[in-house]
Design a protein around this ligand. Sequence first.
Ligand SMILES: Nc1nc2c(c(=O)[nH]1)N[C@H]1C(S)=C(S)[C@@H](COP(=O)(O)OP(=O)(O)OC[C@H]3O[C@@H](n4cnc5c(=O)[nH]c(N)nc54)[C@H](O)[C@@H]3O)O[C@H]1N2
Ligand SMILES: Nc1nc2c(c(=O)[nH]1)N[C@H]1C(S)=C(S)[C@@H](COP(=O)(O)OP(=O)(O)OC[C@H]3O[C@@H](n4cnc5c(=O)[nH]c(N)nc54)[C@H](O)[C@@H]3O)O[C@H]1N2
Ligand code: SF4
Ligand SMILES: [Mo]
Length: 811
Amino acid sequence: MVEANTSRRSFLKWSAVATAAGTVLPACTAHTPTRSEGSKEGLPAPTADRTVWSACLVNCGSRCPLRMQVKDGTIVQVLPDNTGDDGLFTRQIRACVRGRSMRQRIYSPDRIKTPLIRVEGTKRGAGKWRKASWDEALDLVVEKLRYTYDKYGPEAVYRNYGSGVWNAHVANSGGWNRLFNLLGGRLTYYGNYSYAQIATITRYFYGSEDEQVSNSFEDAALHSDLLVLWGNNPQETRMSGGGLVYTSLWAKIKGKCKIIVVDPRYSDSAAVLADEWVAPRPGTDSALIAGMIHVMLQENLQDQAFLDKYCIGFDEDHMPEGAPKHASYRSYIEGKGPDGVEKTPEWAARITGVPADQIRAFARQVANAKACNISQGWGPQRHANGEHQALAIYLLACVTGNVGIPGGGTGGREGYYWPITEWFDDGENPVKTSISCFGWTDAIDHGPEMTATKDGVRGADRLKTGIKFLLNYGSNMPGSQHADINRTRKILQDESKCEFILAVDNQMTRTTELADVVLPDTTQSERWDLIPSEYTGDMAYLILTQKVIEPLYESRPAFEIVREIAKRMGLEQEFSEGRDLEATVRRMHAKTVAEHPQFPDFDQMLKQGVYRYSNPEGTTVALKEFREDPEANPLDTPSGKIEIYSQQLADMAKTWEFPNPLRGDQILPIPAYQATWEGAEEAKTNREYPLQCIGHHYKQRTHSTYGNLSWLNEAHPQSVWINTLDAQDRGIKDGSEVLIYNPRGKVQIPAKVTARIAPGVISLPQGAWTKFDEHGVDHGGAVNVLTSQHPTPISKGNGQHTTLVQVKKAR
Ligand SMILES: Nc1nc2c(c(=O)[nH]1)N[C@H]1C(S)=C(S)[C@@H](COP(=O)(O)OP(=O)(O)OC[C@H]3O[C@@H](n4cnc5c(=O)[nH]c(N)nc54)[C@H](O)[C@@H]3O)O[C@H]1N2
Ligand SMILES: Nc1nc2c(c(=O)[nH]1)N[C@H]1C(S)=C(S)[C@@H](COP(=O)(O)OP(=O)(O)OC[C@H]3O[C@@H](n4cnc5c(=O)[nH]c(N)nc54)[C@H](O)[C@@H]3O)O[C@H]1N2
Ligand code: SF4
Ligand SMILES: [Mo]
């Protein structure tokens, strides 16, 4: 926490704001709304003098416009979008409970008020700061940048993964990427924490460099008779009214499809949308699918014509040249492969916990549907065997011939129409070496030991140097979101490893606490930007966000911070071409309009705030061309077909190294089930840590963002979901304080005892802020105190839903 750093001027400014916020609080929480003119919400009329468009732009997969009510330079109320309607392609982009709490984030006591420098001689994370002037702080950053480039070269400079300002046209990079590129480049990362496993593995199956999305929910609503939400929870993870919370509900209410949810947790999507719930143990979906395909083969329900024409590797008659005998997927199912085990529903039931009869019934429903959209979320692939979990779900869509037809899908995530607006130009990074986004703590700890075939270094055989200059901008990785927080903190506290850490945020977080210098960014309401939609299905939009209020305290928009650094390094003209942030935003908008004249001009956007447009093709039907003519439109795989057996993966299995392999560290050429370290099967035999712990994405926060607000803590408290039977065994009652622990850490938090989670599984919603006591026990409920940094085998990504723990009543 920052104390004693606030200057008198900013203190006075702060008290004024606090008082203003204090006086208006009741307006927001009042329970006596009267329907008033100008307010569609039925809220009390705002006592504001102006309404200005802003937005919530956190990385929740959507973006929501906000209509800020401003009085005397203070935001007194936050209202959602009031344009659009309830049409499938013209929907209102209503903010969720988080965006509507924006005012509490803007005026939070955790706001960073001035630049801060860690007090010399104190440890990183000790929380001892001295207030610095902008000049002093920026000079220090410039000195450290020069030193790092001179002494270690550009590969030692790293901007950490961070999604706090995701996808804003300017704030997304904040100008940092452009600056680094002008300075000679930086070590980059590939992949992301969201879907590293599926993004990497897809190229071997469908041949695309990213995940292969499925048909959109709009398409499902109009054309499917069965929608399977497979580890996919749109009601909680896509909460914008402009996005999938709405289109999935539309599919339920107005569509003709039945909905099945496959999730170890009875999620909000299961509660709101599902006709049926299938609850496999985490990390066992590929076994469930093997059991289902066994049923289909026994009953001849597979779409053999599709498999023969569009795929290789399903059976022995369609294998690539040189593949060994009995290596096809069908041989694996029939027990003719190397393991000799037939994948009957009973076999699958023992691994997954799903009863064999339910597996049979589920298989028949999927196979007999005329058009079934299997829509895969990213929960299943955020596991130790995530790559093959994702492949197996793709496979089910292929075996049932649903790929490329209206109402069907690829087995990937629901499709979308990507916004077409202009992006800030980052320039080109001269450094071609990259690491997996999950590999940065290793690159700090032992960078030069990291190689291509062992650690997935790309663009070079090995790293030349470790990371020496770390930027955390809009990122809460070090303190909250990366795995194994205790290990991460320890690595960062060793100043001989990473020599300089810069954090740029607007809240004092568990990450900024670990930095050497902290710079105060503004919130979105204190700066200009263009914000596109993201995963919103077939309707896209653009929001012009304005500087609603003056930057609080001494904060500055990141873009202006970077411009100052560029100036000190003699690069201002190259960096900004003489434009400030507002001018940069205006220019980008002008470029968008020049390319797409249908977009309203800037003055019109100032008035209307948000501009909607939709997919010119109607709804997204993924791989339609391939389905129509696979010869003319081959996939980018070696065979041009869907590769259920991948020779490339078989070859990688021979060359990639796993020096200290854990169970599951292997590369398989087919989407077979792999038991893993800390997986479902290990849970059954591990007496010390017998519970599987996942950490779902939760309504209270977007990751850690919004996690420090009392309104949201009250609306959606942090607690650990535990099954009634597991709780009974341990004498735990609903609301009891429990200790969750494993060798990596300890968390103490109230229990939510519920039948809404499968026995043997707990879920501690990810993203909570740690609150360590003097014994190192976290009372905030941060799941990453427990998770492992061990990377997944192929993408070297984050299997953060794979963790074994024990739970007991806390004394
Ligand atoms: N165990 C576990 N861990 C996970 C996951 C999981 O499922 N389980 N999920 C992973 C996933 S999918 C992701 S995407 C990552 C997300 O991890 P992060 O990208 O680190 O996301 P946040 O925790 O929201 O942190 C974003 C930071 O940006 C800051 N911020 C917000 N607005 C601004 C701004 O305007 N300017 C600046 N400078 N900063 C701002 C916020 O205050 C916050 O500190 O977490 C990953 N971690
Ligand atoms: N409210 C809110 N919304 C968010 C975010 C947030 O933090 N809060 N984060 C955003 C971001 S960056 C991302 S990447 C997405 C994440 O979106 P997802 O990755 O899809 O979200 P998760 O909650 O990790 O997983 C989805 C569901 O999968 C289940 N699950 C976990 N393991 C398994 C498994 O092995 N098999 C099956 N079948 N199901 C499993 C979980 O219980 C959960 O209900 O959400 C985005 N939206
Ligand atoms: S968190 Fe996402 S859904 Fe909620 S208001 Fe913000 S952008 Fe919209
Ligand atoms: Mo994510």
